[in-house]
Design a protein around this ligand. Structure first.
Ligand SMILES: [Zn+2]
Length: 268
């Protein structure tokens, strides 16, 4: 068994037996790692962290060669608890959303240091008191881009015309339609009616403005730090939220607890 030391963000934890914890970590070098931390709840404080969700820790674990993907974690030291994120309910809710998304959409032990750097950068951004919604939109776009799920949105999926305006974003098609192609697609699906019906229908797409397409394009190609100060019109912010929410719903099997909470609190 080889001992491995790594930076690890806590995605989720649950009590195990009387004094232990089962923890899902997202590590820089090994991706998602499932660990068991024995005796951490026995009151002796021999570990340097209580492994709160989205806390950053340095951990030492022993990689098992055989017998499943649960590894024994023998040391944990707290690196950053992100207290400024924790003290505000909205920021805390969004941070919970980030880690729940990562937990749902990454495979165990598939390393992607860029995803690790992304979530740490956005937690630090949240900690500055920045708009939690802005942090969420940046996280969603960059995270989907890193997972290879972000569609090409420069041109219509059918006729390839560039930057159509208006454009209709279809999550199912993984791209945008220009207006003529959207209307055609709508007809082909046996729908009658106007563009409002198209909006309401699940098949064809959500109308998105040029500003929204531009932001999505800019965000996917730019370093995270360049996005913190980009001004986003309220209307663009609302469209981005709608499009990206559809995206999340489409790629997940279930509704995230953090999203249910965000909606309930009116933070979304
Ligand atoms: Zn078209």
């Amino acid at each position: 068994m080889a001992a491995t030391k790594t930076l690890a963000l806590v995605l989720a934890k649950q009590d195990y037996r009387d004094t232990s914890l089962l923890v899902d970590f997202y590590t820089r070098e090994h991706g998602k790692v499932k660990g068991i931390v024995k005796g951490i709840r026995d009151g002796h404080q021999r570990y340097g962290s209580t492994l709160e969700p989205f806390s950053l820790n340095e951990i030492l674990f022993y990689k098992r060669k055989r017998g499943g993907d649960l590894h024994q974690v023998t040391q944990v030291e707290l690196v950053d608890l992100f207290p400024a994120v924790r003290e505000d309910l909205e920021r805390l809710s969004y941070a919970s959303y980030f880690i729940e998304l990562i937990d749902e959409l990454t495979e165990t032990e598939e390393a992607d240091p860029e995803i690790f750097e992304l979530v740490i950068a956005l937690l630090e951004f949240l900690a500055t008191g920045a708009s939690a919604k802005r942090a969420a939109r940046i996280f969603e776009i960059k995270f989907f881009e890193l997972l290879g799920l972000m569609p090409e949105i420069r041109s219509c999926v059918i006729c390839r015309s560039e930057f159509p305006d208006p454009a209709f974003f279809s999550v199912r098609q993984g791209g945008i339609y220009c207006r003529p192609c959207a209307l055609k697609a709508q007809g082909a699906m046996g729908r009658i009616g106007d563009e409002a019906a198209m909006v309401a229908s699940t098949g064809v797409g959500i109308p998105v403005s040029r500003g929204t397409i531009n932001f999505l394009e800019h965000a996917r190609r730019s370093p995270v730090k360049d996005l913190y100060r980009v001004k986003v019109a309220q209307e663009v912010g609302a469209e981005l939220e709608k499009v990206l929410r559809r995206f999340v719903d489409f790629h997940l099997q279930r509704k995230l607890n953090s999203l249910i909470f965000l909606e309930k609190m009116g933070f979304d």
